[in-house]
Design a protein around this ligand. Sequence first.
Ligand code: PXL
Length: 287
Amino acid sequence: MSHNSIPLLPTARIGATPIRVMTVAGSDSGGGAGIQADMRTFALLGLHACVAVTAVTVQNTVGVSDFVAIDPEIVAAQMTSVVTDIGVNAAKTGMLASGAIIESVAHTADDLGIGRDHDTPLVVDPVAASMHGDPLLAAEAFDALRTKLIPRATVVTPNLDEVRLITGIEVNDPASQHDAARALLDLGARWALVKGGHLRSSQYSPDLLSDGSEQHEFTAERIATGHDHGAGDTLAAAITAALAHGFSVPDAVRFAKSWVTEGLRWAYPLGAGHGPVNPLWRVSEAE
Ligand code: PXL
């Protein structure tokens, strides 16, 4: 297999303390998305990953049948415990389940020096639902997302459904995609990545990254696969990893797009439903 087009991140030195990251996210019992997707990507990119668990979902490849949210104070305590001892070079949020958890995570990140106005970047992946449409964020939580967490984001990475739920904007062409990015920046994010998803029915799925003055379009090859569970999580995790390595936000997104595209190319079938995006291509042999 040749993946020469992918700029690899520097690997960790054996025996030395690696670069560290933290994911604040939910567990996917099926191992495809959430914390499990983040951990795979972080590990394969040579990072030590710390975890603040926000929720435990009951799910397989067919759907999410239940979840329990963790006490917001325990979420905050996990963050504080790891950051004050281990220290992190970047952090990411995924499934946050409730408004109370979002508020707790936002304040704690700020206290710990994580977020757009601090040295440690924060990637906010505003997870709202599973790919099957099962809600992973309470309807009451969007206000806290808009007013507490997105304003602290170094980069926010919504898909088109999340954009609609957060901004009310229905993205269906490049102009509305720009409007959506503007609306996210107006909420206070330093950078907005509005993922194109199925915006254009061509083989390309352009994502728009903007900080209000710079605009970058990313047109990765569209991979036709039914197995893309965890693609959004993996993209945000790879952005976080690259930021932890000191990449600029545009370079981090460029790297992450190539990482997730390769993961989609090598996605594998699993169970009766949707298999996961596969970052394990890095350590696998092609047939
Ligand atoms: O892919 C979004 C996501 C994030 N986190 C958890 C999930 C999912 C999707 O199912 O289960 C825990």
